[in-house]
Design a protein around this ligand. Structure first.
Ligand SMILES: [Zn+2]
Length: 189
């Protein structure tokens, strides 16, 4: 039995955009890292002799809303501004202003009490490592929404011509009637 077939047996509502399979949401991050179709897509990418571009696999979640999650693939060379625009377009289309990426407070930051905030022009590969956690804050209707981002992988990319894309999304989330990964207006987070 292939890895993909094993994953498929346990659940049904986390959709992988590479193999079009439905999986257990609790295992979707692990699946994306090893999805055979994703690996095949990555292997098809021609680099003309230059090193294969790498990408981060990012798990997006919203605290206390288990139905609101998304797995993204983002090129290492992409900037935080690409990630910001992508997240706003998919989840917060009515937020005109850039969101804010905030790291959990690091020890060296504790003297002045400030959390570290990556500049939007910084490339992801210069700021992120696997297992890093970030908070993404955006405002909508006078409400600040905090989305958590965890770096769950760093792999040869399978998406060549776009800096960020969706790797997996919830199929039947009650928070997603209009778009598979859109949190509709009116839902209090
Ligand atoms: Zn897959």
């Amino acid at each position: 039995m292939t890895e993909n077939a094993k994953d498929r047996q346990v659940g049904k509502n986390a959709f992988c955009t590479f193999c079009m399979g439905a999986f257990d949401p609790a295992r979707i991050g692990a699946h994306i890292r090893r999805c055979r179709d994703r690996v095949d897509d990555a292997e098809c990418i021609q680099t003309g002799g230059s090193p294969h571009p790498m990408a981060f696999i990012l798990m997006m979640t919203v605290e206390e809303h288990p139905d609101a999650w998304l797995v993204l693939e983002a090129h290492g060379e992409a900037r935080f501004s690409h990630l910001d625009r992508f997240i706003r377009r998919e989840w917060f289309p009515d937020s005109a202003e850039p969101g804010q990426f905030v790291r959990p407070r690091a020890k060296e930051d504790s003297k002045d009490g400030k959390a570290s905030e990556p500049d939007l022009q910084v490339r992801l590969e210069n700021a992120l490592s696997v297992k890093d956690r970030l908070c993404y804050r955006t405002r909508r209707s006078k409400q600040t929404i905090e989305t958590r981002l965890e770096v769950i992988g760093y792999l040869p990319t399978a998406i060549m011509h776009r800096p960020v894309d969706v790797a997996a999304f919830p199929l039947h989330g009650r928070l997603a009637p209009r778009h598979p990964f859109h949190i509709p207006e009116g839902v209090v987070l």
